[in-house]
Design a protein around this ligand. Structure first.
Ligand code: NAG
Ligand code: NAG
Ligand code: NAG
Ligand code: NAG
Length: 408
């Protein structure tokens, strides 16, 4: 038998073993490899030889960036602790590589490993780097850590993240691409706002957010709009903070931004703001929110219709009769009735929900609706559309297909 043939048989044999007992075989195999791998990595990281150390960090960074890193080894061995400590390294390229590795690890949902290894304290040292990419990795890591859970966010606040975010937003040296990530990180800062959140920290970061929502870059604006939404989602006193921030006008103006993603976020924020109390809702209405909001009902993008309908639903649920009347005066009924025709089932359902809610209100409101439905085309038109829509939805059910064709 020649060598090629023998190799081939060996190869087939190995595959057979894999196929016959995949779990036992690969399990043992990977564990052994991991042990050796982490042993070698650790030795490289503690080496006195700079090149060896640097190569170790690069290898670790590539390992973390790979599709399925051995997280267990990272957690159980001291390798991660060394990597975290390198965030303070005086050797620029070791610091750069470890910042990239740590940010990648956080982006994959493993922020808790980094936090346990005192990563928050060490990450601040990336902000002292002359390499802007390293500063960026620091910002990204903080963004992921803060969105991981409110406890981590609070820890970042205790250690001084607000000071640095402010400093970077107001520094003329901060490039726009970094501002995008900062705006995103600030929106993560507000994820999970609750009554225990440090209100002082919120007040300190609002001026930076105010600057970001007025920026001319779409992505920066979108994240800033989202940030106000996450803040408002904390409830009453935070909705008031958003109103008092003086940026309601910017949020409402974003409803007809040229970028649909900004419009989408703005409509989502409006929906949250309309869960506030009557005075708060009135302040939003006074800024001209309703006209711009109902424009989205005739926007071709279904997601914009959905967010707009959600905001209208909340207004109808939490608003006073007078506030609902202000909405009806804009002829919203005819727009909503049109949505019952041709639209996707989510939009049809959201539209019906609003009509249903409105019909449960006072007689005055029922009367207005009656008049508006008549002006729109009356019950006969409604019946025709309903018949058509019901049979279309039945057809879609049978075809397992959920997509209306309305583009108005
Ligand atoms: C900055 O750091 C990145 C890694 O985050 C590295 O790839 C790049 O070469 C560094 N740039 C300079 C100028 O050192
Ligand atoms: C960070 O900014 C870069 C460049 O502006 C962008 O490509 C990237 O998507 C941003 N990352 C996050 C998480 O916002
Ligand atoms: C948004 O609406 C305002 C007033 O309705 C209008 O002046 C402005 O041009 C609109 N902006 C865009 C981008 O359509
Ligand atoms: C729904 O589609 C039909 C035919 O495709 C069209 O005549 C009708 O105007 C559409 N209705 C709306 C509200 O877009």
């Amino acid at each position: 038998m020649n060598t090629d043939k023998r190799l081939f048989i060996l190869f087939v044999f190995q595959i057979l073993i894999l196929v016959i007992s995949p779990e036992e075989y690969s399990g043992l195999y990977v564990q052994d490899v991991d042990d050796i791998l982490f042993h070698n990595l650790y030795n490289a990281l503690i080496s006195e030889d700079f090149d060896k150390k640097f190569d170790g960090v690069v290898e670790l960074r590539k390992l973390i960036a790979s599709p399925d890193p051995p997280y267990e080894g990272l957690e159980k061995t001291a390798v991660l602790q060394r990597l975290v400590e390198f965030l303070s390294s005086e050797k620029d390229n070791i610091q750069d590589e470890s910042a990239l590795a740590i940010a990648t690890l956080c982006s994959k949902g493993y922020s808790h490993h980094v936090v346990i290894a005192h990563g928050i304290e060490y990450l601040f040292d990336t902000f002292g780097s002359r390499n802007i990419t390293t500063v960026q990795q620091g910002i990204l890591a903080f963004g992921y850590i803060m969105s991981h859970n409110p406890d981590f966010r609070d820890k970042c606040v205790d250690e001084g993240i607000v000071f640095h975010l402010n400093r970077l937003v107001f520094s003329s040296k901060t490039p726009d691409f970094l501002l995008k990530n900062i705006s995103w990180a600030i929106s993560n800062f507000f994820v999970g706002t609750d009554e225990y959140m440090d209100e002082e920290a919120v007040r300190e970061i609002l001026p930076a957010l105010s600057a970001l929502i007025q920026h001319n870059d779409h992505e920066i604006v979108q994240h800033a709009v989202m940030a106000y939404g996450y803040l408002a989602a904390g409830g009453g006193k935070y909705i008031q903070l958003v109103i008092d921030s003086g940026r309601i006008g910017n949020i409402i103006a974003s409803l007809n931004h040229t970028d649909e993603k900004v419009q989408f976020s703005a409509a989502g924020v409006l929906a949250i703001l309309f869960t506030g109390n009557h005075q708060q809702i009135q302040q939003i209405i006074n800024h001209g929110a309703l006209q711009k909001l109902i424009q989205l009902l005739i926007h071709p993008t279904p997601d914009l219709k959905k967010n707009s309908l959600q905001a209208i639903n909340n207004l109808v649920t939490y608003g006073t009769s007078k506030q609902i009347q202000a909405l009806l005066d804009l002829n919203v009924i005819s727009l909503i009735c049109d949505l019952l025709d041709n639209c996707s089932r989510t939009v049809v359902k959201a539209s019906l929900d609003i009509i249903h809610l409105l019909l449960g209100k006072s007689d005055d409101i029922r009367e207005v609706i009656n008049r508006h439905v008549t002006e729109w085309g009356g019950l006969e038109k409604m019946e025709k559309i309903m018949d058509k829509t019901i049979s279309r939805l039945h057809n879609e059910d049978n075809k397992d297909f959920d997509q209306g064709t309305c583009s108005r």
